[in-house]
Design a protein around this ligand. Sequence first.
Ligand code: ADP
Length: 268
Amino acid sequence: MSMSESSTPSELTERICALESQAEAYQRTIHDLRTRDALKTQFLSNISHDLRTPLAAIITHAEILREGMLGELNKRQLDSLGGIVSGGQQLLDMIDEILTYVRAANDQIALTICDFEIADVIDQVRQLNEPLAAKKHITVARTNGDDIDPIDGDRDKIKHVLSNLIGNAIKFTPQGGRVWVSATRHEREVLVEVGDTGSGIAPENHELIFREFAQVDATPSRPHHGTGLGLAIARRLIELHSGRIWVQSELGSGSRFYFTIPTTQQAK
Ligand code: ADP
């Protein structure tokens, strides 16, 4: 027998009232959470802008000193300034990542579509990462993709995604390892793979790592630093292209990150 058949009209009215007030409470909680989320994003945006300006000034002044514009310096002084510049640049990159995340969270990222060769972009990002890879004796190879005709997309945004994936691959791969990038065309989309022989990721973390601020090892003493925003931004940028991004990996046996982008973009 269903509840409506066994309940009196006044019991039903009472039950409806209870459900209505429960629904109202949920609405209030949702509103509250949205307000807090907006406050968090606003705070991140303000603090990042405020940190960026003095940090950029510190880097510029250190560079002026390093270039000898204010007088000659000895080797120890130059080395020390080198440390200030590279540490400052690392911080600046993290702040810029937070600012990109804020713009993505506020739907303020628009695509500028042009046609470009995916192999070209891959090679550009490989080249930019060459010094980092060389320090760890890691090779970053492109295994194919020369035969792919130009595709439609936002070149800079795809470069940003590749920089994050290749940067992570180098970061999480030990000395002497291998990183490779491949691009293949499948009917109306291009599939890009960034693989590495690094630490790998347990399957239960495959979804988690694409969430904002998520890191498998989030302890302060973790060996690799970062904001935990790179993959969340990458996912957003790929979704703006109507593509998909995912990972295949096992702990201890390297990782393969994949993304697809349609070869032509519909006007949005
Ligand atoms: P970040 O690199 O700043 O921590 P990301 O969003 O780029 O942020 O990555 C989130 C997490 O995913 C990393 O902290 C790491 O735990 C994991 N991860 C990403 N790429 C790799 C990789 N190639 N190999 C192993 N773990 C990875």
